[in-house]
Design a protein around this ligand. Structure first.
Ligand SMILES: [Zn+2]
Length: 221
């Protein structure tokens, strides 16, 4: 992480972003939470609907689309994986204007991700950041394969391996599923890195795991 770029971003870039509304209001089919605990409860409620096959698919109407054309008040930042099986709006049964989603393979951080989180937390005043890892993550599998075989990592994929490898090394000796241990350790590390960043002190930051089999999201300790 280039600290000089971080400092530059913190000092200058956010002030130049588009001005956001300063109050959270009821938008769409349900009122948006304005606190982190309420935002988390809404996400977990929506996930239970999704996992049980009772999704409501809220906030997709044409009138809402028009309403949102001039302002947005998302209530949670989701930092998740690009995996096609883990789309946050579906997993949490939310809709337009509800979530600010940032997705990279293996939910790895870089300056663009951090700047996007900062936009949500500072400019849109979002109270909650949720880092979402998931089982059988391809970025984790690629990292473990590299560590096991020593094979070179092609092109841009090296960034993913560099970011995930520390969690893989820390958990290699543990009994059980190395990929699962790596995913949870890496997801918790991403959470802790966001928590430790002074740019995000106004938000609560949590980490969670998505289960591909059950569809359920569970918070990491
Ligand atoms: Zn993944």
């Amino acid at each position: 992480m280039a600290s000089n770029r971080r400092a530059f971003l913190t000092a200058t870039a956010v002030g130049a972003l588009a001005t956001a509304p300063t109050t959270a209001t009821a938008v769409g089919t349900h009122p948006h939470p304005t606190t982190a605990p309420a935002a988390l409860a809404e996400l977990l409620d929506g996930n239970r609907r999704y996992a049980s096959g009772h999704s409501r698919h809220p906030d997709e109407s044409r009138p809402l689309r028009h309403q949102l054309a001039t302002a947005q008040h998302p209530f949670a930042v989701i930092v998740g994986c690009v995996d096609s099986r883990v789309p946050p709006e579906l997993v949490f049964d939310q809709g337009l204007g509800d979530l600010l989603c940032i997705r990279t393979a293996g939910e790895v951080l870089d300056e663009a991700v951090l700047a996007s989180i900062q936009y949500g937390v500072e400019e849109l005043r979002i109270p909650l950041v949720l880092v979402l890892g998931h089982e059988r993550c391809g970025a984790v599998a690629a990292t473990l394969a590299h560590l096991e075989t020593g094979a070179p990592v092609p092109g841009h994929l090296a960034l993913l391996v560099d970011e995930i490898a520390p969690a893989a090394r820390r958990t290699r000796a543990l009994p059980g599923d190395w990929a699962e241990h790596t995913m949870t350790a890496h997801t918790a590390w991403v959470r802790d890195a966001i928590r430790a960043d002074p740019a995000f002190t106004s938000a609560q930051v949590v980490a969670a795991r998505f289960d591909l089999d059950t569809g359920l999201v569970s918070l990491l300790p």
